[in-house]
Design a protein around this ligand. Structure first.
Ligand code: 5BU
Length: 455
């Protein structure tokens, strides 16, 4: 233990733990940020760390070594040199040309691989790596993380049947740092905040109820959407991607009782008119659902402003909610003169196969979303900060794989359990069915059950 403590104090002195307000890769906020990358520049500490790992997991257990990119790469490389066991490299994303391999190096199917992660939080990114490695026919027998943030990641991985160990636990090391007077008062305060928040979350089983979300989200449209959801017991938003206005009105009348929102693409409607919008608005008031325009604004702020207020569609005059991309950065959603009764949904991560957004983009998009008071929520394929509502398109009871123009369909249960969704968005599974009313009821029921099962 003494040896491990000594080692930790040395890496702590490199500045691997930072105190402040941070948005993590997952979009969650935290008062602690842990970054092992500085160790890459200290060969002596890399060697020491490798020896500590080899002490935990004897080298006879595995035939290959792989580090979760990027922070664990130098650690995995050093471990490979120390143990003389071959390294394989996991790409963050495939390069899109050449062999398109996700794993580089020399290996054979069926070989045992040790996987190394620097910091484990929820375990989600680690699981993605595990899946990629297993796809190559390799076996993950052991996983080792350097530091566990004790936020459920280890349990999450164990639940899926993997053997995972950690060299350090955040609770232990922080206690040790405090005992050895390495922390000032402000830092101790931030740690207490971190643990209070974490414990509260664990008690709540990670998922906030709609009532709890309503308390922490201030935008009136977000509150209204939640009220409708609670009253009608539905988190279903139907995407009416139809090109004739009368068909949209017919669908809205048919399923309006079962939904909390109806989403349209106003620019695909052949016979668009503002009187159609009036009819639709009246149905939405009568049946109590919100109207979403899935415009996906994606230009600079000034053009977004013009697209929102002008042209034939006059979106700002009727939509309760509009979707926006953040490709142009935070300024793209500033000064849009958004009516007070209208909310924005940002698009942080689309549901399609081969989407271009990487973790870095998504983290920044979530950060911008959190900072703009007009934003009520976001589209992403992962858990996000509790202060954002999470909308999940690409929903179907059946997994269509790469059919249907590249949408990656998931079941409502997966949307809620794995991604932490708040609202499911269903299109053709309902409007193309023989009986949209019955089908909408099935999705309403599935979405509601998936949510209530997690409370
Ligand atoms: P579908 O028929 O269930 O595939 O319809 C999905 C709808 O959601 C459709 O209108 C898309 O434009 C929209 N969508 C999506 O599929 N994926 C996304 O990431 C976003 C929107 Br954002």
């Amino acid at each position: 233990m003494e040896e491990k403590e000594q080692f930790f104090l040395k890496i702590y002195n490199l500045g691997i733990i930072k105190f402040g307000n941070f948005t993590l890769k997952s979009g969650m906020n935290s008062t602690l940020y842990i970054d092992f990358r500085p160790i890459a520049s200290r060969p002596d500490l890399l060697i020491k760390l490798s020896d500590l790992i080899l002490h935990e997991v004897p080298s006879s257990n595995f035939e290959l070594i792989c580090g979760v990119p990027y922070a664990a790469l130098p650690i995995a490389t050093t471990l490979s040199l120390r143990s003389n066991i071959p390294l394989i490299i996991k790409r963050k994303e495939n390069k899109g040309y050449g062999t398109k391999r996700m794993i580089e190096g020399i290996y054979k199917k069926g070989q045992n691989c040790l996987l190394i992660e620097d910091v484990i939080t929820s375990g989600d990114s680690l699981l993605r790596t595990v899946i990629d490695i297993e796809k190559e026919g390799l076996i993950i027998k052991d996983i080792i993380s350097i530091l566990d943030r004790e936020q459920g990641g280890i349990e999450n991985i164990k639940k899926r049947g993997y053997k995972i160990r950690t060299l350090f636990r955040i609770g232990e090391v922080l206690k040790m740092l405090e005992k050895k007077h390495f922390l000032n008062k402000k830092e101790i305060h931030m740690i207490q905040f971190f643990f209070r928040k974490r414990n509260k979350k664990n008690i709540q089983n990670k998922r906030l109820s709609y009532e709890e979300k309503k308390e922490i989200i201030s935008h009136p449209i977000a509150k209204k959407l939640i009220d409708i959801t609670l009253k009608k017991k539905t988190n279903l938003i139907v995407s009416a991607d139809l090109v004739r206005s009368k068909n949209i009105l017919k669908l809205a009348n048919l399923i309006g009782d079962r939904i909390c929102g109806l989403k349209i693409h106003v620019d695909i409607i052949d016979d668009f008119s503002l009187s159609f919008i009036n009819y639709l608005k009246n149905i939405s008031i009568e049946k109590k659902f919100l109207l979403f325009e899935d415009k996906k604004l994606c230009d600079v702020g000034m053009t977004n402003y013009l697209q929102l207020h002008y042209g034939v569609h006059k979106i700002a005059s009727w939509a309760d909610i509009i979707t926006v991309h953040l490709l142009a950065g935070s300024s793209s959603i500033k000064n849009l003169n958004i009516p007070s009764k209208m909310g924005l949904i940002t698009i942080s991560e689309m549901s399609s196969f081969g989407r271009l957004s990487d973790d870095n983009y998504i983290r920044k998009a979530l950060n911008i979303s959190l900072k703009n008071p007009k934003v009520i929520g976001t589209v992403a394929q992962r858990k996000v900060d509790d202060r954002l509502l999470l909308f999940t398109p690409g929903i179907h009871f059946y997994n269509y794989k790469k059919n249907y123009f590249g949408n990656n369909y998931i079941h409502p249960i997966k949307a809620f359990e794995k991604n932490g969704s708040d609202f499911i968005i269903v299109g053709k599974a309902i409007y193309q069915s023989n009986n949209p009313k019955i089908e909408a009821e099935k999705y309403r029921n599935a979405g509601w059950k998936a949510y209530t099962n997690l409370l």
